[in-house]
Design a protein around this ligand. Structure first.
Ligand code: ZN
Length: 159
């Protein structure tokens, strides 16, 4: 049975993977450019997805990053998993998500530690990238198929 976990890792990277690597590069350039060049538009964009509390975020060049430690760690893990083409593993994803949920609960109970937020975020980022890559590749293939069949039927109608 073909599952998401037994994909051929020796095959060249999919177009979906290439799209995600490009998107991750733009994402990271934005995260690093915001504090270095003090770009308020980038802070505004990331405010949609992150609380941006300064005391829960790392700083760069004297300015706070546009995303918190947890978000930064998720994106770091995601980018690292993409670059290394870490294979999908549902067990790892379950453990990473459970770890983040546990860390969240423990933080609410009073043990709110920066390294734990970073570690749980890193784990979720590492574990999720391969699944997101498979999803993006599947969407790309469906879109490509629709465009081709639409073009073929348009050519058929012209005859
Ligand atoms: Zn955040």
């Amino acid at each position: 049975m073909k599952t998401i976990e037994n994909v051929d890792r020796t095959a060249p990277p999919s177009a979906g993977w290439q799209i995600l690597v490009a998107a991750a590069a733009v994402w990271w350039i934005a995260i690093l450019a915001a504090p270095v060049f003090d770009v308020s538009a980038i802070y505004s964009m990331f405010s949609i997805i992150c609380h941006q509390m300064a005391d829960r975020s790392w700083h760069l060049a004297g300015h706070v990053l546009p995303v918190c430690i947890r978000c930064t760690s998720i994106y770091a893990g995601f980018a690292l998993a993409l670059v290394t083409r870490l294979p999908p593993h549902t067990g790892f994803l379950r453990i990473a998500l459970a770890g983040m949920a546990l860390e969240f609960v423990v933080a609410r109970l009073g043990l709110d530690l920066e390294p734990l937020r970073a570690l749980s975020g890193l784990g979720v980022g590492l574990a999720s990238a391969a699944f997101v890559t498979a999803g993006v590749e599947q969407m790309r293939r469906r879109l490509w198929y629709r465009l081709r069949t639409r073009k073929a039927s348009a050519l058929e109608g012209a005859r």
